[in-house]
Structures are given as structure tokens and as C-alpha cells.
Design a protein around this ligand. Structure first.
Ligand SMILES: Cc1ncc(COP(=O)(O)O)c(C=O)c1O
Length: 426
């Protein structure tokens, strides 16, 4: 079982056997309200007809086409539809099969781009403490979650980290962006001074750090990162695996913050979580830097057997159509105030030391049980599940991200479910 307490799970398994719209059905026949869009991915809700139909039709029509030296129309169509909704300037797409693969792809593009430009000394990658960029070696190297790193040796060399922006003493119970900490972006200048810009290829951050427990950047923090990276010729990569496809009430986090990176990493919501797929977007400047040399030669030695898989592409197209028809990429903005008020009504409940929110993302941070970190939040998770609500916990933080089709009354149910759990656990 991935990222699971295996022995605990096997003593008392939690199994879903069906799902529709906002609800799962458990193996013992109970309905569970999805407060997490699966794992931050089922943005349009479950078993949406258009997506189901597209997958079935595609499997019958063209199940697989080789990804190397061959193609099929839907991958190109999907790339174009993604570019249509992406921030201006990000207009080329590489397909992958997960967020982790998208991260590795982005880091490799960044290194190879610098070499293509005659700047082969730019080999360093800069991430951020508490960042989550998947589980592969590049991602855990630039990532900053100790449990994901400490067992796995020296990781990539030449990586440095900026500090995270979480500051409970100054920013607890902020609504939306926290007021303090924009100056932490200047830590990038310190790192540049230490290593010299000529050794740095790229900086990678999540616009909002999700998996570590929803750390929301202070106003202008990302703008400042953009200015510093541009000034020093360093590529800026946004890992939008969570913030992409409507989660913040805008198509991408880049739109929310008004900051366009050079490379954007996406996955999850691209196919509504239904078929594994990721997409990495790059600028023409980056794409064109590779389009040199004899035309019969491969320009970028990278790719996966399942890059742009036909069924995944069909799922992606149907997902983007569903988002468009139902206005889901911006629906989060309409619900954000109700969501914020609901979540902040949990202030004052037992164990709560912070509540954070942005778009349709929320976090409730709990005081850990002394000597037993993560146990309190895990108890809340079990209590909520047993009482018909799926929440996610990371450390002692409850993270919430319902499908973007959630109704106002379902937001109320989510908040009440968390409240009941907090009042019931130790
Ligand atoms: C920001 C970010 N990057 C990368 C990943 C990894 O995605 P996957 O689990 O699809 O490999 C995640 C997953 O939660 C993520 O949140």
C-alpha cells in the first residue's frame, strides 16, 4: 500500500467499491462524502458520463499507438486544448503519466535547455523546504519533506533549498494569503550569491505547497521569485500538480498569482484522476532551443511508453470539455467565500491551532499529541471516514480539497464532519 500504515490498514481495511459525483460507496455499503477529490485529482466529481464514454469509445477505436516516432491525433488535440487554457506563453506540451514523472521531465528539460543555450555550467536545481514534488529521485531531491528523503541516500547532488513560508506565530488563522513573509523570496538572492547564478539551472516551487499541509504564499512572494529568477537567467518551474485545473478558482495557480513560470508541471486534474496522465508545459523559447541540428535526429532524449496514451488523451479531452461546459475551472472562486467562512468556523474547536484557505483548498492544523506526532490527525481521519466523510491528513494537518462540483450544503457537511471528528478524538 502506497503512503499507508500497512499493518493498521490490513487489520481493518477501508475499501471503496463505487463512486458517483460527490460520493464514494464503501464495501459495507455506506456513502462517504469526498472532501478531498480523491487525492486532489477528481476535480469534476466521480463517474462523469462524458469521461466514462470517451474512455470506452477510445479503447474500442485505438487502444494504443507507439509513442516514439509515431503519434495519434488526440494527443495533439489535447495538447492544443491545454495550451488554450494555460497562461499565455506556455504553448508546448510534453505528456507523462503522473505528477512525479512530470517533475522529472521538467527538471530534465531545464538542465538540457541550459546546455542547448551554451550554459552547461548551470546544473544546480533549487527547491524549497517542505516542498513536495513526487517520489522519484529528482523530485525528492528538490523536495523538502524529510520523511520522503532521509532513507534514500545522497539523492541528486547540486541541489539547494529555500526556506518554506509557514509561520504560525505571525500568520495563524489568516484568511487567504497570509500577510507576513514575502521577504522570504529574497532567500533566493542569498542562494544565488552563495553558488553564483552561472551554476543554477532552475528553481522549482508549488505555487501553494499542498501535500505538506497547504502552505499558502504571502502576497508578492511568487512575483518576487519571478523577478529574481528572470534577473539571473534561472528558469522558474511551477509544480501545479495540485493547483492546476481549477483548484484555486482559476485555471492554474499562475493565473491566481499573476505570475507565469517558464515551465509548468501538471497531472491529477488533467484527466480528473481517472486515467494516469501528466503534462509539462514549456514556453516557445524553451521548445525552440531544442529545434536545432539535423532534422532526422531526436531533439530531446526523453519520453515514456505511455506518453500521450490514446485512452488517457481521450480522458483528458473529455475532462477539459466537462470543466468548460460546467465552468469548473473558475467555480472555486464563486465558492471560495462560503468555503472560507465554513472552515474558519472551526477556529476554537479542540486541538485547532490554525485554519488556512485559498480557492477550494483548506487546512486545519492540529496541536500534535506530545511524543506522538500524526496520531491525532489520523484519529480525526478515521472518525470522519467512519461517519461518512473522506478527509486527508498529513502530519497533524487536515487537508481538504473537494471536487469543484461541491454544493454549498455539502461544504457545510464537510465542515460539520470535521467539527464532529475534532470533538470526538483525544
Ligand atoms: C505538487 C505535487 N507534485 C507532484 C506530485 C506527484 O504526483 P504523483 O503522485 O501523480 O506522482 C504531487 C502529488 O500529490 C504533488 O502534489
Amino acid at each position: 500500500m502506497p503512503f499507508t500504515a500497512n499493518r493498521q490498514f490490513k487489520q481493518n481495511p477501508r475499501l471503496f467499491v463505487a463512486a458517483k459525483d460527490m460520493h464514494y460507496t464503501t464495501s459495507d455499503g455506506r456513502q462517504v462524502l469526498d472532501g478531498t477529490a480523491g487525492l486532489w485529482c477528481v476535480n469534476a466529481g466521480h463517474a462523469r458520463p462524458k469521461i466514462v464514454e470517451a474512455i470506452a469509445n477510445q479503447a474500442a477505436e485505438l487502444d494504443y499507438a507507439p509513442a516514439f516516432q509515431m503519434g495519434h491525433p488526440k494527443a495533439f488535440e489535447l495538447a492544443n486544448r491545454i495550451v488554450d487554457i494555460a497562461p499565455e506563453g506556455l504553448n508546448h506540451v510534453l505528456f507523462t503519466n503522473s505528477g512525479s514523472e512530470s517533475v522529472e521531465t521538467a527538471l530534465k528539460v531545464a538542465l538540457a535547455y541550459q546546455k542547448q543555450k551554451g550554459q552547461g555550467s548551470r546544473t544546480r536545481l533549487i527547491g524549497r523546504e517542505r516542498g513536495y514534488h513526487g517520489v522519484n529521485f529528482g523530485g525528492i531531491s528538490v523536495g523538502g519533506i524529510v520523511t520522503n528523503r532521509k532513507m534514500f541516500g545522497t539523492l541528486l547532488t547540486g541541489v539547494d533549498h529555500m526556506p518554506h513560508t509557514h509561520n504560525l506565530s505571525k500568520n495563524a488563522f489568516s484568511r487567504g494569503l497570509p500577510a507576513h513573509g514575502a521577504e522570504l523570496a529574497d532567500e533566493l538572492e542569498r542562494i544565488v550569491t552563495l553558488h553564483d547564478a552561472s551554476t543554477i539551472a532552475a528553481v522549482i516551487v508549488e505555487p501553494v505547497a499542498g501535500s505538506t499541509g497547504v502552505l499558502i504564499p504571502p502576497p508578492d512572494y511568487l512575483k518576487r521569485l519571478r523577478e529574481i529568477t528572470r534577473k539571473h537567467g534561472i528558469l522558474l518551474i511551477f509544480d501545479e500538480v495540485i493547483t492546476g485545473y481549477g483548484r484555486l478558482g482559476t485555471p492554474f495557480g499562475a493565473d491566481y498569482f499573476g505570475v507565469t513560470p517558464d515551465i509548468m508541471v501538471t497531472a491529477k486534474g488533467l484527466t480528473n484522476g481517472v486515467i494516469p496522465m501528466g503534462a509539462v508545459l514549456v514556453s516557445s523559447e524553451i521548445h525552440d532551443a531544442f529545434m536545432t541540428g539535423p532534422e532526422h535526429l531526436i531533439e530531446f532524449f526523453h519520453g515514456y511508453t505511455y506518453s500521450g496514451n490514446p485512452i488517457a488523451s481521450a480522458a483528458g479531452l473529455a475532462t477539459l470539455e466537462t470543466y468548460k461546459e460546467e465552468g469548473l475551472l473558475t467555480r472555486g472562486a464563486e465558492l471560495a467565500k462560503v468555503w472560507e467562512d465554513g472552515l474558519h468556523s472551526l477556529r476554537g474547536e479542540p486541538h485547532v491551532i490554525d485554519v488556512r484557505n485559498i480557492g477550494l483548498v483548506g487546512a486545519i492544523e492540529l496541536e500534535p499529541i506530545a511524543g506522538q506526532p500524526t496520531k491525532r490527525a489520523f484519529s480525526a481521519f478515521l472518525h470522519a471516514y467512519e461517519n461518512g466523510l473522506l478527509i486527508r491528513t498529513t502530519g497533524d494537518i487536515i487537508a481538504l480539497s473537494p471536487p469543484l462540483i461541491v454544493s454549498e450544503s455539502q461544504i457545510g457537511e464537510i465542515v460539520d464532519g470535521v467539527r464532529n471528528a475534532l470533538r470526538s478524538i483525544q
